[in-house]
Design a protein around this ligand. Structure first.
Ligand code: GLU
Length: 565
């Protein structure tokens, strides 16, 4: 690879790191990432390091928008999962189509959770596999349930997942486009404005009949449409319907509504419009207008697709390749977006990132890694069957990734004091932050020692199991023999050499109180090494013998959020 190309690739890693961390890239994090993804560069790290440093300095002076723009121009976040992509089956018609265009089209009516990301990840990965285009489109034509904070939260979620989009659209900006097509359909007699009472319309429709509105001339329909736009009808008094097959086997497909009147102001565009397209209309127009070639969507959209095909036929368009997949669920993740929004409003949940949820915001907060979610989804692929994911499986995936990078620390839940007598001269210990990655550096764990006595804190849950005479090891430090158990444990030094005895995490001088927020929203309090105060957070760590967690804040009182053991 030429130096120029290498620099461009490094620039992409640095930009990606900056975008992920509020505009500031970190040299160590970037180097670690590059080495993990490009092991072939390991031998040349000395040469590359100054390059990375220089690029980080440059990127950190840019504004967030500039960083994002440049990252996009350079091709987005560098690919991290080469083998997985090779594993993606070819898309139907990929050969004959000149370029592949996919899209992720979330409704900004609630936070994304595990069930939503399949569409996002598959669409993105396929676009990248074929050097195509990936579009992000907010489908917000239901003014009643749009949550304004969701546009940003969803983008944050996608960035965190490492998905970069080439174009971004918001449907509430495109009403004039939809209106133009509505008028074209009306004038061609392919749609009509129906003012029938819903019940009456339905009973006719279910019998395969047509209502009187269906027979109106294009001119009459246009007049009604203009009256809809002008506000002459109230909500519910008129809808624009698409003509379909009146005898379609599924009555729900027949004469579907494409526009309705909504009087609720839209959080983005206020009361500028009162005639709003429904999902099936807006999605069809956009998929065609944006050149989407492949749609990934849940199989619950099967009937919608049948409806949409009538519109495509009216307009003489070819329907994109639609790939459907089953539902992906996880226990506790069955809350719908609207239920989550309600519970947050009522204060029953602390926020969209409440640790009890399976939202991306909650998973991120607990220290799950984006690589984990990507791998889970890629391994599942686009199967039609519903699949359920157990938390244990998710933990196992995450453990594999987190283990490679999480800093190790001692946290002592519910501590009890242990006094160790007859200790030889002891210095504060220097421990590796990661057992197999020397680049992660070291930290010092201070020891409270007076003369030949040293004091530590260890987990009470371990201590209650011991008897006098038991030998245990204060991990990475020394062995001790238990002499007496009481409100505190008394023990004696029993050598430094590694013995086959229980190894217990400990803290000593300067230990800090810390709370760990558990996945059921309870809190475990304990003591943590003083080095926590100087960490740059958030940081994913492994509390030895306790589990993986993400330290969320270090002051006033440190708080970590638990992921899994
Ligand atoms: N906005 C739709 C959804 O989130 C998109 C479905 C689709 O057409 O792919 O369900």
């Amino acid at each position: 690879m030429a130096l120029e190309e290498e620099r461009a690739e490094i620039m992409r890693w640095v930009l990606a790191n900056a975008v992920e961390h509020e505009g500031r890239a970190d040299v160590n994090a970037v180097v670690k990432k590059i080495l993990a993804e490009r092991p072939q560069w390991k031998s040349r790290i000395k040469e590359l390091l100054p390059l990375v440093r220089g690029v980080v300095l440059e990127v950190n002076t840019m504004g967030a928008n500039e960083q994002e723009k440049m990252l996009k121009e350079l091709g987005g976040v560098p690919e991290t999962a080469k083998e997985e992509k090779r594993g993606l089956p070819e898309l139907p018609r990929a050969e004959e189509l000149k370029s592949i265009v996919t899209r992720f089209a979330p409704n900004p009516n609630g936070p994304l959770h595990l069930g939503h990301i399949r569409a996002a990840i598959l669409s993105h990965e396929y676009a990248r596999k074929y050097n195509g285009k990936f579009i992000l489109r907010f489908e917000d034509t239901n003014p009643e349930n749009v949550r304004p904070e969701m546009y940003d939260l969803i983008k944050q979620d996608l960035r965190w997942l490492g998905l970069s989009w080439d174009e971004e659209y918001v449907q509430s900006d495109r009403l004039n486009v939809y209106y133009d097509f509505a008028e074209r359909l009306l004038s061609e007699g392919k749609a009509y404005v129906c003012t029938c009472a819903v019940e009456q319309f339905r009973s006719l429709r279910d019998r395969g009949g047509a209502c009187a509105c269906r027979g109106l001339s294009p001119a009459e329909n246009m007049q009604r449409w203009n009256r809809m736009l002008a506000g002459d009808y109230k909500a519910g008094e008129a809808v624009l319907r698409i003509k379909t097959d009146l005898k379609h086997p599924n009555p729900a497909v027949r004469e579907w509504p494409a526009f309705r009147i909504v009087e609720t102001p839209h959080p983005r565009v206020g009361s500028k419009y009162r005639v709003w397209p429904l999902y099936n209309f807006a999605v069809s127009i956009d998929d065609h207008e944006m050149g989407v070639t492949h749609i990934f969507r849940g199989k619950e959209h099967e009937v919608n697709e049948e409806r949409q095909r009538f519109l495509y036929a009216h307009l003489g368009w070819e329907y994109p390749v639609a790939i459907q997949y089953g539902r992906l669920s996880i226990p506790g993740g069955e809350l719908s977006k609207t239920a989550i929004v309600e519970a947050v409003k009522k204060g029953e949940l602390s926020g969209y990132n409440d640790v009890r949820l399976a939202t991306l915001a909650a998973l991120r907060r607990r220290g799950f890694l984006p690589e984990t979610l990507k791998k889970v989804i890629m391994d599942l692929g686009a199967t039609l069957v519903d699949s359920s994911l157990s938390w244990e499986t998710l933990y196992a995936y995450n453990r594999k990734f987190a283990d490679l990078k999480a800093m190790r620390l001692f946290f002592v839940p519910d501590p009890i004091e242990i006094l160790v007598r007859k200790t030889p001269s002891l210095n504060d210990v220097r421990l590796r932050n990661h057992p197999s990655n020397p680049e992660a550096g070291e930290r010092i764990v201070p020891i409270d020692r007076r003369g030949s006595e040293a004091r530590f804190w260890i987990p009470k849950a371990d201590a209650v199991k011991w008897k006098e005479g038991d030998i245990v090891r204060l991990k990475d430090l020394m062995n001790v023999v238990i002499k007496r158990k009481g409100v505190r444990i008394e023990a004696e030094f029993f050598g430094f050499g590694l013995l086959d005895v229980p190894k217990i995490q400990w803290v000593s001088r300067g230990a800090l109180e810390m709370d760990v927020l558990m996945p059921d929203a309870t809190t475990i309090s304990g003591l943590v090494e003083p080095t926590v105060a100087s960490l740059t957070v958030p940081l994913i760590v492994q509390f030895e013998r306790f589990g993986f967690a993400r330290i969320e804040r270090v002051s006033p009182k440190p708080l970590a959020v638990f992921a899994h053991t």
